[in-house]
Design a binder for this molecule. Structure first.
Ligand code: 2AM
Ligand code: CA
Length: 273
């Protein structure tokens, strides 16, 4: 049987999920312990506004080692590329430190994000927001949880009554003008817009109802794979800017509760397409 057809029982997924939480927590503890001693001299620049430190790489190595023990058969897609085995349809998608810029500047939002993908579909997702010690988890078909308690998306019925999360473009400016037009509109027709700086955390916040919606473009699979499953399992809707449901690989994402999705999608199309 090819790995793409590998079936996991709900119990098996739950068991994997609790092991992944331990790995995420270990990485979180490492990241936190390095924070005091962190020096800006130790930052490398990957691209325009794209930073990486030994903390990102160290956390990633720790996570990869842990996950190899949890499920040796699976491949990997990782942000820092310390492990390259992405030919397996069953693979871990890892961001060891989502919110590196926040981490570097001593700002609060940064998280470990780990998803297990079967083909293009996430079947397990863990986002661990380190500062608040909040562990967001989901397995396909099993609901979403924060520190073990069931979470659901918000009940806001209109965009006007919504608090929205977004990420500002930081290296890809091809939609900047359209983005700012939508921003201008939402600023005047919503409860407000926040930019925490960690997409994984933003999606977890949609899942638990703190945000009613989130949108951003030019994200990578490791930023969103786990968060997408969290939002879906918490009863929300996720799509790309064309309405397609494969937002992991299409670099554009909208994630909202059920109620505001159509209205928000229409606004996005009006201003950004
Ligand atoms: P990262 O920290 O793992 O790279 C938010 O816009 C998303 O973009 C975050 O998930 C963050 O993931 C990524 N990002 C990378 N560089 C950034 C920057 N300079 N400012 C904001 N976000 C950045
Ligand atoms: Ca990262």
């Amino acid at each position: 049987m090819g790995t793409v057809l590998m079936e996991f029982t709900h119990e098996r997924l739950e068991d994997l999920c609790s092991q992944v939480q331990s790995v995420a927590k270990q990485a979180g503890n490492f990241i936190l312990s390095e924070r005091q001693a962190f020096s800006s001299n130790k930052i490398e620049v990957k691209g325009h506004n794209d930073f990486v430190s030994y903390v990102d790489k160290g956390a990633e190595k720790l996570i990869v080692k842990g996950l190899k023990e949890v499920l040796p058969i699976a491949g990997f897609i990782t942000e820092e590329g310390t492990e390259k085995r992405d030919d397996n349809p069953l693979k871990w998608v890892i961001d060891p430190l989502d919110g590196t810029t926040n981490f570097i500047h001593g700002m609060p939002f940064f998280a470990v994000s780990i998803a297990l993908l079967q083909g293009k579909e996430p079947i397990l997702g863990v986002v661990y927001e380190i500062n608040q010690d909040e562990m967001f988890t989901a397995v396909k078909g099993g609901g979403a949880f924060m520190n073990g308690s069931l979470i659901t998306v918000s009940k806001a019925a209109t965009v006007k009554d919504s608090l929205l999360g977004t990420g500002f473009p930081y290296y890809d400016y091809h939609l900047l003008d359209e983005y700012l037009e939508l921003f201008k509109h939402l600023m005047q027709h919503s409860h407000g817009i926040r930019r925490p700086g960690s997409a994984a955390t933003d999606l977890a916040y949609v899942a638990c109802g703190r945000f009613d919606g989130f949108y951003e473009y030019s994200l990578s699979p490791w930023d969103v794979a786990a968060g997408i499953l969290l939002v879906k399992e918490a009863g929300g809707v996720v799509s790309n800017f064309d309405g397609g449901d494969d937002a992991i690989f299409t670099k554009e994402i909208i994630a909202t509760n059920q109620e505001i999705y159509e209205e928000f999608f229409a606004l996005l199309r009006r201003f950004m397409k």
